[in-house]
Design a protein around this ligand. Structure first.
Ligand code: HEM
Length: 197
């Protein structure tokens, strides 16, 4: 397990490493700020989807060990999302009027909402916080489903011309949410709803 965890840790850092290489080689095109923001956002979304893949993998392979990778994957998604937002502020719009910045365009509003939903998930992913939230932990962590949908909308909305990539990611998200709804009941997708389990 430790070996697999180390492998996943290294793989999750790969997008950041590749980004540093591109920065070093000046390979980011005419607008490096935008290229860095996009690459970090994509890594965050991909890791969010991989986090959602863990339960289906467990069910399909019968190996419960997958679950032990979930917290690290979710935290990496949050890590990249945070860098994405920080780089956007630092290199694109600046730290001036944050309210105006975040409410400027609809795709930014949905991105910001998704980010706000990811914060409590990251904060409560540690053992001590898990204990504090108790039975609310599971309902709270179901916020990952609406957050995933909002991130996808954010991704689709900021697209300029070709939306093929966004449609492909949307289908992956749909299958992941669909599998969960199908196996656990559709109520399992509703966040903040306390259940007996
Ligand atoms: C306050 C929150 C957020 C802000 C201000 C923000 C801002 C941006 C901006 C400026 C872009 C680039 C748009 C362009 O190219 O013109 C972008 C793209 C993107 N963002 Fe965000 N974002 C936020 C939250 C998130 C979150 C939480 C995620 C994922 C977990 C995310 C994932 C993405 C993705 C996947 C793209 C498209 C990247 C690509 O084109 O390859 N964003 N965002």
């Amino acid at each position: 397990m430790t070996g697999l965890k180390v492998l996943v840790f290294v793989l999750a850092l790969l997008p950041l490493g590749l980004l540093f290489l591109d920065i070093k080689n000046g390979a980011l095109g005419p607008d490096p700020g935008q290229a860095i923001t996009e690459s970090l956002g994509l890594a965050a979304f991909q890791l969010l989807l991989i986090t959602l893949l863990i339960s289906p993998l467990k069910k399909l392979t019968g190996w419960a060990g997958w679950v032990r990778l979930r917290r690290m994957l979710g935290l990496f998604s949050f890590f990249y999302a945070s860098l994405h937002v920080l780089v956007f502020l630092q290199l694109i719009l600046g730290w001036g009027d944050l309210w105006a910045t975040f409410t400027k365009r609809p795709y930014i509003i949905v991105g910001a909402l998704a980010f706000l939903m990811l914060i409590p998930l990251a904060v409560t992913s540690f053992r001590s916080a898990m204990k504090k939230v108790g039975r609310w932990w599971k309902p709270l962590h179901r916020l990952i489903y609406p957050a995933g949908v909002l991130v996808w909308l954010h991704f689709l909305w900021q697209a300029r011309a070709d939306i093929g990539e966004m449609v492909a990611y949307g289908l992956v998200l749909l299958v992941l949410l669909g599998l969960r709804g199908h196996w656990n009941g559709w109520g399992d997708l509703i966040p903040l709803r306390k259940t007996a389990r």
